[in-house]
Write a protein that binds this ligand. Structure first.
Ligand SMILES: Cc1cc2nc3c(=O)[nH]c(=O)nc-3n(C[C@H](O)[C@H](O)[C@H](O)COP(=O)(O)OP(=O)(O)OC[C@H]3O[C@@H](n4cnc5c(N)ncnc54)[C@H](O)[C@@H]3O)c2cc1C
Length: 470
């Protein structure tokens, strides 16, 4: 009875811990050195994440930043929405990674670094893998390799959902920089109505679905800069946006740490399991679509996956059928939440900088919507939205057909994922997947809906009506 977790990012390391504490023998293999595995920057997560996962007391230095307001604005800062008490804290991922690794080792996980794993076929009741070229077999292999070159190529044809990198991947960068001149930094923020400790998120810097987000710490010593964009037209990727921002502000000094890479914003498959194989974290596209946050989702998925693997090993069935409980637990809950947000995310990537401004200026994106997004919850209509929309009717009206279509599709996708079949991979799952594909195609089409004459790429009643509201 052996399991292998591939990849020692946050998801894989926590997964190895979850399996080990359930008494499941586990090997955790990472192709890099452990000090270079996974995210090495600052990530915002829900404040109660670690306690909700029942982890022991966190080490000092884990929380990089807590407090301050979250301000979402147009690129020039003229229109803004303020969340006074954001439901997030910023964690230093280097500290989180080391802590999870210590916990996993203490619980009994075997850890191997500089070990590249290639996942082979299922055969004879187990899964074949190669570890640095040496063949081995495991009862269950858990793929936590993040989003990588082979992600799409390796997926089984029969489980695929439409996934197109230009529409479904964000290029992000995060860096923490030394501040050369704290007074100049404070003065620049004050000119923009921002205090040290606030997170200022400028949306639409390149057009729809692009951000430049900065936070000066309370002491004025360091500034955290997060940037990201889709691969559209002339959009610059996150690293280039960050480099340009730093060059234009002389008070920012050298980068202390950080990094960047691609974030998958959608699940590339309908099923998270195959025979003797489980996908978790970025490898499974378990990322909140509106802002590409994958830490909480990857850790929660790891917890669910460990439950399902422990149960499957106990009954002696680690085929897709035996592991299906993980699929159900994920898809009907967080999977449905993410599915709801896919059309909204695709629509947001189709917006021009000016259309983004209209949403902020007329209250269609208000504090409760922004707070729900930060907390990764379903949104409720902002009280000011209807009034704001009425006041700015001339500007809002051209956007209404696309907004309405995205909202209807969001409800349809949410209710479809809520109804994920209890058994698979045959039977009802096959028809569930066919409908999931068709809804996902419509959602992708929304991303292109702003490029032409503004008309919708499908009829508003075209297979998305009649779904029950979440
Ligand atoms: C700039 C940036 C900012 C972000 N900000 C936030 C945020 O504020 N909040 C948030 O929640 N999320 C954020 N995210 C997303 C978050 O960082 C990711 O969702 C998360 O790190 C994914 O973790 P993972 O363990 O699933 O994958 P990864 O971190 O990608 O880890 C995968 C690991 O697998 C290893 N690996 C790959 N292939 C192999 C192989 N063949 N054999 C062995 N090992 C292999 C890799 O070396 C890597 O260490 C951000 C992402 C970026 C890029």
């Amino acid at each position: 009875m052996r399991t292998l977790v591939v990849g020692a990012g946050t998801t894989g390391t926590f997964l190895a811990y979850c399996l080990a504490v359930r008494g499941v023998p586990v090997v955790l293999a990472e192709r890099r050195t452990l000090g270079n595995a996974g995210a090495r920057w600052i990530n915002g997560v829900e404040r109660d994440l670690l306690t909700s996962l029942q982890l022991p007391e966190a080490p000092s230095g884990l929380v990089f930043h807590d407090g301050g307001r979250f301000i979402l604005s147009t690129p020039d800062g003229a229109h803004r929405v303020t969340v006074a008490e954001p439901p997030q804290v910023e964690l230093d991922m280097r500290v989180l990674g080391q802590w999870l690794l210590d916990l996993a080792r203490d619980a009994g996980a075997q850890v191997r670094e500089r070990t590249r794993v290639d996942i082979g076929p299922a055969d004879g009741g187990s899964r074949e893998v190669s570890l640095n070229g040496r063949a081995e077999r495991f009862d269950v292999v858990l793929d936590a390799r993040g989003y990588h070159d082979g992600t799409l190529r390796e997926l089984p044809e029969e489980d695929r959902l439409p996934f197109t990198p230009v529409l479904d991947v964000c290029a992000a960068h995060q860096g923490v920089y030394r501040v050369r001149d704290a007074d100049a930094a404070r003065a620049w923020l004050a000119e923009n109505g921002i205090f040290p400790g606030d997170t200022w998120c400028r949306s639409g810097v390149e057009g729809g679905y692009s951000v430049l987000n900065c936070c000066l710490d309370h002491d004025g010593d360091r500034i955290a800069v997060l940037t990201g964009s889709m691969w559209r037209d002339a959009y610059r990727p996150g690293g280039t946006i960050a480099g340009d921002f730093v060059r234009r502000h002389a008070f920012i000094g050298k980068r202390l740490f950080g990094g960047g890479r691609l974030i998958p914003l959608a699940p590339p498959t309908g099923s998270l399991v195959e025979d003797h194989l489980v996908r978790v974290g970025d490898a499974a596209g378990q990322v909140f679509p509106l802002h590409g946050s994958g830490i909480a989702q990857g850790m929660r998925a790891a917890d669910l996956a460990a439950n399902a693997v422990a149960a499957a090993l106990q009954i002696g069935d680690t085929t897709a059928r035996g592991l299906w409980g993980y699929n159900v637990a994920w898809q009907r809950n967080t999977g449905a939440l993410d599915a709801f947000h896919q059309p909204l995310r695709q629509l947001s990537s189709s917006l021009t900088t000016d259309e983004n401004r209209v949403l902020l200026a007329h209250g269609l994106l208000g504090p409760s919507t922004v707070e729900a997004s930060l907390a990764q919850r379903l949104p409720s209509l902002d009280p000011g939205a209807l009034l704001g929309a009425a006041m700015g009717l001339g500007e809002v009206l051209p956007l209404v057909p696309r907004l309405a279509a995205a909202a209807r599709l969001a409800r349809a996708m949410h209710s479809h994922w809520r109804g994920f079949p209890g058994r698979g991979p045959k039977g009802e799952y096959v028809s569930w997947l066919a409908r999931a594909r068709s809804l996902t195609e419509k959602s992708q089409a929304l991303a292109l809906s702003g490029d032409g004459d503004g008309s919708l790429p499908f009829g508003t009643g075209d297979g998305v009506a009649g779904s029950s509201a979440p």
